[in-house]
Structure formats: structure tokens, C-alpha cells
Ligand binder design. Structure first.
Ligand code: MG
Length: 418
């Protein structure tokens, strides 16, 4: 470098030095004005909706907060979320994936591979995305890569499956009137009178007939356009799973869910290879690491991560993307309130291989419809993805508190110092 050039540069940079000058020029030239926020508190509330749900709010020094929800595996999650605060207080909430990674890897000796730890982290992560969206004025789907569809197709958990249920026709009519295009029923019944053992789950011939009878009843009760899925809840043994999956083939199910327990993906693959019925599993699987062997071993036709417990919105997107490389669609498990359901919708809107999303609140319709200030979010079996910043729904606290777990904190400020 010539003396002339060096002198000119030194004159231009002064005491700043080149990296600082470059940063200053970029700041002056870029229209991007990133909000500078700091996390000030993380608070929780607990609800009994369909099962137990943990709600998490992340607060900042500029008055905006984010709201997330976790489920099923979050019993005990309040203490975990309070423990996460040491990774969060004073941090920039917009670095969502960095905070997630620190908390995840910070807990590898504390159970951060699955279960409660990951479910509590999922609730927190969803709150961070809601907060990030509100901070930059964008819907969460935009932060996840943009949307591929404007509305999300739901399947309705039927709450009935048999002509022996005196309310069966009424319940089925309600599903039809609501406009759902897909329905799911349960066929595992611990009280089936044809069961010979209270513990062993090898179905007798008569029990298998009862299970098939439920499918036949629901199939003939729905029109041809409505898809039917069946859940076995991962209880039966291999021989029962294979027999049922084969015998139910003529009904052309949308999918058969967890025909054997979730933890043995080789067993799931054996069932899958034995039948043309599409096999679906994943609501009890966590993180990309949990889904990797399911996909690599070709154990399933469809995956069903529970987005409120598998690791959160971005982790669900990563799982869906991994599945897409195997041409496997995603039908997320979902039992949470309209807040968590809408969070799931943002992921479902953003991934190419979305199939259908669960909805499980028919028995709690009044609570569902009043849970968020936006009111009912379902229209004829679909949810329109909102363009409002963040998740696009806000809790109606008066209604939600009707389902509060008695005696538990309700977003009260944390007293413990980090
Ligand atoms: Mg299930």
C-alpha cells in the first residue's frame, strides 16, 4: 500500500479504525432500524384446557411482551422456565435461535434431550417469536420464511366413534355443521368388554372386530369428501398393530396414528412395511434428533410433531424441512388453546409439506371461543393465518382465568433474582 493511500485512509478513519467505520457507514446507509430490546422478566400461568397447558410471557424494557404456550409434558415446567431466566434476563429477545440454543445446550445434563425440559423451552420459544414479531411489526410466519398458504386445514377430534353412544349422531352432526373436512377417532378402549387382560394389549378377535366396527360406523356417517384418521395411542403390541393396519385398509384412512408405542422406531417401521395404511407418529418425539431416526429408518408415512412440546416454532419448521427431504408430510398434533393453535398455524403456513392440523376442543367450545380477544378463529374447518404482528391473537384474561389451575401464579412478577 502506498504512503499516499495509507495517509488518506487514516485521515478518513480517524480514531475509529476500519471495522468501526464500515459499521458506521452501514448503519447510516441501511434503512433497517433494529429495535433494541432487553428482556426484563419471564412469567407463567397454568391452565386446564384439553389437559394441562403452561403459558409463558417474556417481558421487555420497552413495554412489549410475547406470549407462548406449552402442553402435555410441561407439568413441572414453571420451575424449569424460572431456571431459564438466567439465560434470558438482560438479553436481546430478537436473537431467538441463539437464546434457544443456549438454553438447550445449557441443559444437556438436565434432561434437555426430550420431555419436560424441551416442552417448557417450546413454550418460551413461542413467546420469543410472538415478541419478535411484535417488535418488528411482522406476523410470525414472515419470520419463519413467509407463507405458502393463507388458511390452515384442521381435523376435528370426534369425541364419538360408536352407534352405542346415544349422542353419536348429535356429535357427528355438530362436526358436519362446523364444516370440518377431516375427522379423527380413537379405537383403543381399555374398557372394551372383549379385552381379556387389563394390562396386556394384544387384541382378541372380538376386540379387533369392535375396533373395525368403530371405523366402519364413522366412515359411513361421514361423506366421501371428509377424511378419516384413527388413533391407537401407542398401546397395542406388534401383532395387533399389524392385523388392524391390514384389516382397516379398505377404509382408506388419512392415517393410522401410533399403532405401536412411539419409542421403538424399528417396530413402527415394521408395522408400516406390513400395510398400505399410512402410518403417522411423532406427538411423543422431541427435537430434530428425535425425528431423525424415524425418517432415516422410513418408520412413518406422516409425522405429527406437537409444536407446543417438540422444541417450538423454528424447531418444528426444521423438523418439517427434514421430513420434506423424505417426501413425508406433516400433520401436527395440537391440543392447546387458540394461542398455541395459532402459533402452530404460523409454522403450518410456512412449510411446503403441511397436511392437516389437529383440533381437540369440541367439548370446551365456550372456552375456546372466548379464550382470545379475537373470538372464534375457526371458519368452516380452517383457520385464516392473521397478518397482525406476532402470533396475531391476544389472551382474553377474564375468560382464560376460568380454566386457571387453582392456587397457581397468574403471570405474577418473578421475585427470584437471576
Ligand atoms: Mg395421538
Amino acid at each position: 500500500m502506498s504512503r499516499y493511500t495509507r495517509r488518506a485512509l487514516l485521515a478518513g478513519t480517524g480514531l475509529l479504525g476500519l471495522p468501526a467505520l464500515s459499521a458506521a457507514l452501514q448503519t447510516a446507509a441501511s434503512p433497517y432500524r433494529r429495535p433494541k430490546l432487553k428482556i426484563t422478566d419471564v412469567r407463567t400461568a397454568e391452565i386446564r384446557g384439553h389437559g394441562y397447558q403452561l403459558h409463558v410471557r417474556v417481558y421487555t424494557d420497552q413495554g412489549i411482551y410475547g406470549h407462548g404456550e406449552g402442553t402435555d409434558a410441561v407439568l413441572g415446567g414453571v420451575a424449569l422456565v424460572q431456571g431459564f431466566r438466567r439465560f434470558l434476563i438482560g438479553q436481546d429477545p430478537l436473537n431467538v435461535d441463539l437464546l434457544w440454543e443456549r438454553i438447550r445446550t445449557g441443559g444437556i445434563f438436565a434432561g434437555a434431550q426430550a420431555g419436560q425440559y424441551v416442552a417448557a423451552l417450546s413454550a418460551l420459544e413461542i413467546a420469543l417469536w410472538d415478541l419478535a414479531g411484535k417488535a418488528v411489526g411482522l406476523p410470525v410466519y414472515q419470520l419463519l420464511g413467509g407463507k405458502m398458504r393463507d388458511r390452515i386445514r384442521l381435523y376435528c377430534d370426534s369425541q364419538t366413534n360408536s352407534p352405542d353412544d346415544p349422542q353419536a349422531q348429535e356429535k357427528i352432526q355438530r362436526i358436519k355443521d362446523a364444516g370440518f373436512t377431516a375427522v379423527k377417532i380413537d379405537v383403543d378402549d381399555a374398557r372394551d368388554p372383549m379385552r381379556w387382560d387389563a394390562v396386556n394389549w394384544t387384541a382378541s378377535n372380538a376386540e379387533l372386530d369392535n375396533m373395525l366396527g368403530k371405523v366402519a360406523f364413522m366412515r359411513q356417517s361421514l361423506d366421501k369428501r371428509t377424511d378419516l384418521a384413527v388413533d391407537m395411542h401407542g398401546r397395542h403390541d406388534m401383532s395387533t398393530a399389524k392385523r388392524f393396519a391390514r384389516e382397516v385398509e379398505p377404509f382408506k384412512l388419512l392415517f393410522l396414528e401410533e399403532p405401536v408405542p412411539a419409542e421403538n422406531f424399528d417396530a413402527m417401521r415394521d408395522v408400516r412395511e406390513s400395510t398400505s395404511t399410512p402410518i403417522c407418529a411423532g406427538e411423543n418425539v422431541y427435537l430434530r434428533h428425535g425425528f431423525r431416526p424415524y425418517l432415516e429408518r422410513r418408520a412413518v408415512d406422516i409425522i405429527m410433531p406437537d409444536i407446543q412440546k417438540c422444541g417450538g416454532l423454528l424447531e418444528a419448521r426444521k423438523i418439517a424441512d427434514m421430513a420434506h427431504t423424505y417426501y413425508v408430510p406433516v400433520a401436527p398434533h395440537c391440543v392447546v388453546s387458540p394461542i398455541g393453535t395459532m402459533a402452530s398455524c404460523h409454522v403450518c403456513a410456512a412449510v411446503p409439506n403441511f397436511l392437516v392440523l389437529e383440533w381437540h376442543w369440541m367439548p370446551r367450545l365456550a372456552l375456546w371461543k372466548s379464550f382470545v380477544k379475537e373470538g372464534e378463529i375457526i371458519d368452516k374447518g380452517f383457520i385464516a393465518v392473521p397478518d397482525r404482528p406476532g402470533l396475531g391473537v391476544e389472551m382474553n384474561e377474564e375468560a382464560a382465568r376460568q380454566a386457571q389451575v387453582p392456587g397457581r401464579p397468574w403471570f405474577e412478577p418473578s421475585r427470584d433474582k437471576v
